[in-house]
Design a protein around this ligand. Structure first.
Ligand SMILES: Cc1cc2nc3c(=O)[nH]c(=O)nc-3n(C[C@H](O)[C@H](O)[C@H](O)COP(=O)(O)OP(=O)(O)OC[C@H]3O[C@@H](n4cnc5c(N)ncnc54)[C@H](O)[C@@H]3O)c2cc1C
Length: 399
């Protein structure tokens, strides 16, 4: 791409004005698709943006991006905040996790086949990592993949699979070698969710989400061509995928109306207008929630301004912790402030209140993020890991 093709903020706004409506700066954003399970709005939005490569600007143009460098992508991202953007939660795994990993580690054929349908919203992906015995200790994943000629036969189960109800593909961590230590015998596959032997069972969440699932995999045949990355390289890909996930969750500053010129966020103004902040203790709690929100927002903006385009590292764990803490402070205070009316389910903030607990768990728990920050950012001594060098087959199992 020549310098002449690199767009200024003004030019980006001009181009986006042709495609999108400007956003009401005081509008409150949706919460990770909570309670809506709406696929259509996001699909229409992605279809609209894919020709210009606006949604995934750093991806190659032939895969639905526009070959932008990190600086131009940051300008596009910043500009996008001025527009009415559909809730892209259903497409999040494809756009934010699978896409970047495929660009880094996928074969040219895999990139050709999967990236464009991710960018234009025609194929949804889910993340099949967690299992009943492998959550925080994800390297304990026990789903087996055994080679049979040009195919692999997968057996096992996954749980907490968000978007499983409507995903076309699952990025699935499976064990290809039980004779080596747990981190080393894992490989990543793309599983066709419509393949014979894949059974998706719903797990309805407290906030009304119905896409959440457990997935049972019985003798499912996966072509070797759908193995992502090298044999035994699954743990490295998992770490990379999770870093993208944490950076994505952490990169969000939930809640609208908080641009420099706009002043207070809409939720704080609404509380103030309703007289809920007359009480000094409530006001103090509100300012604490606001301070957390603002620190998170400014830190996310600083990180975006310094983005190099490299894959995110352990700093994403700090971003996730800050973002989740800010979200929960606001959601819980909002419920407290609504008093007796808060017992009703149709009051403002109810969805956030019901979604808040899950934020400390999805994408890795707060405790696990703190371990990562402690060990990999601050250089503190690691936790004792007594099973690190024991072959998976010799590990004590709960079943
Ligand atoms: C809403 C939601 C969506 C999700 N979506 C997906 C998805 O799409 N795909 C997917 O694969 N998974 C998904 N998950 C699963 C999620 O990643 C796991 O729930 C999470 O990693 C925790 O694992 P666990 O539930 O097995 O809890 P456990 O690992 O059993 O943890 C239980 C408790 O022990 C603590 N703990 C565990 N180990 C340590 C340690 N070393 N130090 C300190 N404390 C520790 C934990 O912090 C936690 O409080 C989702 C979860 C939720 C809630």
């Amino acid at each position: 791409m020549s310098d002449a093709d690199v767009l200024t903020s003004e030019q980006i706004h001009e181009a986006l004005d042709e495609l999108l409506e400007r956003r009401d700066p005081d509008a409150t954003g949706t919460v990770l698709g909570a309670g809506s399970d709406d696929l259509e709005a996001g699909r229409r939005f992605l279809e609209l943006l894919v020709e210009g490569g606006w949604m995934v600007p750093t991806w190659p143009a032939r895969h639905g991006g526009r070959d932008a460098d990190a600086a131009e992508a940051a300008r596009i991202d910043a500009a996008m905040a001025d527009y009415d953007v559909a809730d892209l939660y259903p497409y999040g795994v494809g756009l934010n996790l699978v896409g970047p990993v495929l660009l880094d580690r996928g074969s040219p054929e895999q990139q050709e086949r999967w990236l464009r349908p991710i960018a234009d919203g025609s194929e949804v992906w889910c993340q099949m990592f967690s299992e009943p015995d492998a959550g925080s200790d994800l390297a304990n994943a026990g789903m087996r993949a055994e080679r049979d000629g040009d195919e692999w036969i997968l057996n096992g189960s996954k749980v907490w699979t968000s978007r499983g109800a409507y995903a076309r593909w699952g990025m699935c961590l499976a064990r290809t070698d039980v004779g080596v230590a747990k981190h080393r015998g894992l490989t990543m596959f793309a599983v066709d969710m419509a393949a014979p032997g894949v059974e998706v069972r719903p797990l309805e969440q407290i906030n009304g989400d119905k896409h959440f699932t457990e997935v049972f995999v019985s003798d499912v045949r996966v072509p070797d061509a759908d193995r992502i990355g090298d044999l035994g390289a699954g743990w490295g890909l998992t770490v990379e995928t999770l870093a993208h996930e944490r950076a994505t969750i952490g990169g969000r500053a939930f809640g609208g109306g908080d641009d420099e010129e706009v002043g207070l966020p809409s939720w704080l103004e609404a509380w103030s207008d309703a007289g809920l902040l007359d009480d000094p203790v409530a006001r103090q709690r509100a300012m604490r929630a606001y301070a957390m929100h603002r620190v998170n927002q400014l830190t996310a903006a600083r990180a975006a301004a310094n983005a190099t385009g490299d894959a995110p590292g352990p700093e994403g764990s700090g971003a996730k912790l800050r973002s989740v803490a800010a979200f929960k402070a606001r959601a819980y205070l909002g419920k407290d402030l609504s008093g007796a009316a808060g017992m009703l389910s149709d009051v403002d903030g109810h969805l956030e209140f019901l979604t808040a607990p899950s934020m400390s768990i999805r994408g890795g728990t707060d405790e696990v993020q703190r371990n990562i920050v402690g060990e990999r950012v601050l250089g503190l001594p690691g936790e004792p890991r007594v099973d690190k060098d024991v072959p998976f087959a010799d590990l004590k199992k709960s079943r």
